[in-house]
Design a protein around this ligand. Sequence first.
Ligand code: SF4
Length: 191
Amino acid sequence: MLARGRVSAVDSLDEVARQVATCRLCPLSKTRTNAVPGEGPGDAKVMFVGEAPGYSEDVQGRPFVGLAGQLLGELLESIGIERGDVFITNVVKCRPPNNRPPRVSERNACMPYLERQIKLIRPSIICPMGNSALSALVGRRSVGEAHGKAIEKGGVLYVPLYHPAAALYDASLRGVLFEDFKALKILIGKR
Ligand code: SF4
């Protein structure tokens, strides 16, 4: 088995997914139903990264298939992008019990899988969704301040967005998300 986070000549998204499916590197392995490695084309231009799987994702083993996922689908549709054209994943690949925020130790244990996915896909644009993904990928803490503003880092454009789940609890964020997706469409067109 490859060491986590180590990319060898034989590494692939399938290999990452296989390792995630049987991973026991943090305590979330004991409570998950299914690990959720993420899905999308290996040459996706755009990656969306959330915090962690929720209930529906844990049951199905697929990312963003609950209500937040439905909203993500609507947002993508609003700018003419099909879900199957982008890669969708999370910082932490297993559901924390009762959807509590992942612990720093869990995030650190899981982060090498995301780093390998990014290395393999080499997207032009990565959209961290929510504070947790923003902090893990860009080192900033407040998506309220950073959303919709592109940040260039290591040749990749990061476009922070509110997590769609946030808009399920605060309806005012729904409009903000649709506006940020319009801006994202323009940025995608330029890359
Ligand atoms: S959350 Fe990540 S590190 Fe923890 S068991 Fe799941 S795949 Fe492994």
